[in-house]
Design a protein around this ligand. Structure first.
Ligand SMILES: C[S@@+](CC[C@H](N)C(=O)[O-])C[C@H]1O[C@@H](n2cnc3c(N)ncnc32)[C@H](O)[C@@H]1O
Length: 471
């Protein structure tokens, strides 16, 4: 196919990023927003030797799994990739992706996967599930009235989400993945900005004050946190902002975080409380967590509870175990497991998160949890080799890149009875499971949990059992 040529394509598969895949005379096309089963008209945008990327021009015959998007910006916005696929099929797609990686990269046979893989756990209500949103603030790009060939920007600030693969803001105060109160907060901030002539930050010039609006909502506590990320030392006329925001029921924390760096990092290094307290409180099960603007906290509390209950089940605790929770964040899994274990040891690289973990242990009256700051691949080997640390159960919940090889070797050497592996990337999970299963462990069970409906992502939790009992 030539660039800009159009063709009629039947979508036969879906790629890892949720794009539809079809063929034209043997030539493979990846088509964003096309759904498996659709017949579409697509235009080639970028052609490679054996495959190309095409733009969806028209859905000629919709797939029976195609549903209307709930959000009018679903295709433009970078947040959702598969909102037009029925939720049932989304779950099937994610299950398939996990299974394929475990087979291809992990080397697990079909028979083994039939025996150990449980169906993905989806949500009853797959919208409005996020307890956190970070909205960029900026201006709408418009044609310059004095020169139709030039772009300028609107006078009034907007907030919304970045369009896919750009930093152009799509004005939207009502994201369907977020909680409804986000809209009240965003409108209050925009009103304060307009009335007080406070400028939004401009990435190109590095000028303007307000960069991002972070909103957190406690699903159980109903407490709301608003943190404005600002390009300057202080939040001008903050009393006007407070006046608007405290009208919203549940408002608990109003803060700002100074970030004057010209980078994509959203938050500054510190924050200042303008009104109320510097944190909100929320619960997962009966464990209470204090969450500050800079704390890591799982974004889908409903499915987090499902995930942690699985972690508890897979850990098989009787009260006698020493448990290591590696990559522990603010100690959420550690504290969830602590009541059923003898001791829990959490390891996390971010010092602030460990401060939160210690504080969370304190406010819950948990005394058998200890936390270490550092790289899991350095702390665990050191504790094992120099302080003879023991582990009956090890839980790992690494970032997308998976576990470090040194860490896996130490885990294998420590010979815990059970390993619980929580992952947000099935490819690196499969790579690490292969290593563990070649060194004395077997995969006993594996359950994908859909923490991120409407996107291509999901969490996976695996139970591994030690099989080489003789040492
Ligand atoms: C997916 S999060 C899991 C957090 C936590 N288990 C939870 O459920 O909230 C991964 C965590 O690993 C931390 N991290 C990244 N690299 C690390 C490393 N080499 N050693 C220890 N922690 C690390 C990150 O800061 C992050 O908090």
């Amino acid at each position: 196919m030539e660039k800009n040529e159009t063709a009629v394509v039947t979508i036969e598969d879906m790629g890892v990023n949720g794009e539809g895949i079809g063929k034209v005379d043997g030539y493979t096309l990846f088509i964003k927003d096309a759904i498996i089963g659709d017949v579409v008209e697509a235009k080639l945008i970028k052609g490679k030797k054996n495959y190309g990327y095409a733009r969806l021009m028209k859905v000629i015959t919709p797939s029976q799994d195609r549903v209307p998007a709930k959000c009018e910006y679903a295709r433009k916005c970078g947040g959702c990739q598969i909102q037009e696929l029925s939720y049932e099929k989304q779950l099937e797609f994610k299950n398939g992706k996990v299974r394929e990686n475990l087979q291809r990269i992990g080397g697990f046979s079909n028979e083994k996967l039939d025996a150990v893989m449980k169906p993905i756990i989806g949500m009853d209500e797959p919208f409005s599930y996020r307890n956190k949103a970070q909205f960029p603030v900026g201006y709408r790009k418009v044609v310059d009235p004095s020169n139709p060939n030039k772009k300028t920007h609107s006078a009034e600030p907007i907030t919304g989400f970045y369009a896919s693969r750009t930093h152009d803001i799509i004005a939207n105060t009502d994201c369907v993945l977020g909680v409804p109160v986000n809209e009240d907060v965003l409108n209050a901030v925009l009103k304060y900005m307009k009335e007080n002539k406070i400028k939004a930050y401009d990435e190109l010039t590095g000028k303007g004050l307000i960069r991002h609006i972070l909103i957190r909502y406690g699903f159980t506590s109903k407490e709301i946190m608003v943190c404005l990320v600002i390009n300057g030392p202080e939040l001008l006329k903050s009393e006007q902002l407070v006046e608007e925001l405290v009208k919203i029921e549940g408002m608990t924390s109003i803060t700002f975080s100074k970030n004057t760096r010209r980078s994509n990092v959203i938050m500054g290094d510190t924050y200042h409380t303008v009104w109320g307290q510097g944190y909100i409180t929320d619960y997962i099960g009966d464990i209470k967590y204090q969450i500050s603007p800079l704390s890591f906290y799982q974004v889908n509390p409903v499915q987090t509870k499902v995930l942690y209950e699985k972690a508890l089940e897979y850990a098989g605790l009787t009260g006698k175990e020493n448990v290591w929770d590696l990559y522990c964040g603010i100690g959420t899994i550690s504290l969830f497991l602590a009541k059923n274990a003898k001791n829990v040891y959490g390891v996390e690289i971010v010092p602030q998160a460990i401060e939160d973990a210690k504080n969370n242990a304190k406010i819950n009256g948990i005394k058998n949890a200890q936390f270490f700051v550092g790289k899991a691949e350095e702390v665990l080997p050191c504790e094992y080799e120099e302080h003879d640390a023991k582990a009956d159960v090890i839980v790992v919940d690494p970032p997308r890149k998976g576990c470090d090889a040194t860490l896996l070797n130490t885990m294998i050497a420590m010979q815990p009875e059970r390993i619980v592996y929580v992952s947000c990337d099935s490819a690196t999970l499969a790579r690490d499971l292969k290593i563990l299963c070649e060194n004395g462990y077997e995969l006993a069970e594996c359950t994908p949990v859909d923490q991120f409906p409407m996107t291509v992502h999901c969490e996976i939790i695996c139970a591994l059992r030690r099989i080489n009992t003789g040492k």
